[in-house]
Design a protein around this ligand. Structure first.
Ligand SMILES: [Zn+2]
Length: 301
C-alpha cells in the first residue's frame, strides 16, 4: 500500500440504484467495498460493513437513517476484512446472517487476515484497531431467502471461487445483484493465492460461477469494488478471467516457467487494461491458473 493511498474510509453518501435499493459507492478507494442497503416494507438488509468498527458505525448510521425504524438485517459477501470487519458496530442493532462456509473460513483465517492487513500501512491499521470478529445470529447452508416485506432477497453460497464461501445477494423482482468480490469493475480480479498459507481460490470454478450469475439476468450489478452497472460488468470480469486462464495455459504449454508466465501476463494485462485498478493481482491470478494447469499436466503424466 502506497503512502499516498486515500484512507480506507466509507466516505460517500448512499445512492438509490433501484427502487428501495441503495449503494454507498466505494469511490474507487482501495479497501473500501460497495455497501448495500435494501429496504422492504418491514425490514432492511445491509450488505457488507466496510473495514473496522468506525466504518461499521458509519454504515450503521446510513442504514438506520434509511430504514427509519424498520428492523435491520446484516449480511456479508465473504470473510475478507474490508467487507465484514465492521460487523461489531451492528451489535444489538441487527440480525446478522452468514453462510456456513463463510463462517467456517472466518473462524479458520479471520485472525490471520486481521494481522496481515494491519501490515498494509498506518491508515489501514488504524481502521483495524479494536476489531472483534463477530459470530452471526443466523447461519444457513446453500441458499436462504429473506422477506423484507414486499421485497424478497435470495442469499446464495457459491462455494470455492474468490474465497471458500462467496455469497451473492439477489433481488429477483428488481433483478439487482450484489456480487461481492466475485465481480470487480475496472479492477483486476483479486486472487488471494498465497501458497502455502492460503490457496482457497479456484479460477476455473470462478469462471463457472460468473456464467451462472449472468444467467440470473440481473439488470443492476453491484460489484465488490468499482461502479455499479448492468450485466456487462459481469461479462467484463468473466472475459478477463477467461483470457488470463487461456494465456496462462498457452504460455505454460510452450514451456515457460511459473515466474516467466506471471511476469509476461503482468506486463500484457497492464497494457490491455491501463485504467483498471489493482494490477498487482494479475501475478497472483496467473500463478493460480499456472498451478492448476501444472497439476493437470502431472495427472495426465
Ligand atoms: Zn475479497
Amino acid at each position: 500500500m502506497e503512502a499516498t493511498s486515500p484512507a480506507p474510509v466509507v466516505a460517500n453518501e448512499p445512492r438509490e440504484v433501484a427502487d428501495g435499493v441503495h449503494v454507498v459507492p466505494d469511490g474507487h478507494v482501495a479497501l473500501v467495498p460497495n455497501v448495500g442497503i435494501v429496504l422492504g416494507n418491514r425490514a432492511a438488509l445491509v450488505v457488507d460493513t466496510g473495514m473496522g468498527p468506525r466504518n461499521g458505525a458509519i454504515v450503521r448510521g446510513h442504514a438506520e437513517r434509511l430504514a427509519a425504524g424498520r428492523r435491520l438485517f446484516l449480511t456479508l459477501t465473504h470473510f475478507h476484512p474490508e467487507h465484514g470487519y465492521g460487523a461489531q458496530a451492528f451489535a444489538g442493532g441487527a440480525v446478522t446472517v452468514y453462510n456456513r462456509a463463510q463462517l467456517d473460513e472466518l473462524r479458520a483465517k479471520g485472525a490471520g487476515y486481521l494481522e496481515l492487513f494491519k501490515t498494509f500501512g498506518d491508515s489501514v491499521a488504524a481502521q483495524l484497531d479494536g476489531v472483534d470478529l463477530v459470530e452471526p445470529d443466523v447461519v444457513y447452508d446453500g441458499t436462504a431467502e429473506l422477506d423484507l416485506g414486499g421485497t424478497r432477497v435470495l442469499l446464495r453460497d457459491w462455494g470455492l471461487a474468490h474465497t471458500r464461501g462467496d455469497q451473492t445477494v439477489f433481488l429477483p423482482e428488481q433483478r439487482v445483484l450484489f456480487t461481492g468480490d466475485l465481480v470487480e469493475e475496472r479492477c483486476f480480479a483479486i486472487f488471494p493465492w498465497f501458497p502455502p498459507d492460503d490457496v482457497d481460490v479456484d479460477g476455473h470454478r470462478w469462471i463457472e460461477v460468473l456464467e451462472e450469475l449472468e444467467r440470473l439476468e440481473p439488470v443492476v450489478v453491484v460489484p465488490g469494488h468499482g461502479d455499479a452497472g448492468g450485466p456487462e460488468v459481469i461479462a467484463a470480469a468473466r472475459e478477463y478471467l477467461e483470457l488470463l486462464r487461456d494465456e496462462t495455459e498457452r504460455l505454460a504449454g510452450e514451456g515457460h516457467t511459473e515466474d516467466e508466465v506471471a511476469a509476461e501476463l503482468d506486463r500484457s494485462f497492464r497494457a490491455l487494461h491501463p485504467d483498471w485498478a489493482q494490477p498487482e493481482w494479475i501475478d497472483f491470478g496467473a500463478r493460480c491458473f499456472y498451478t492448476a494447469y501444472a497439476r493437470r499436466a502431472t495427472a495426465r503424466g
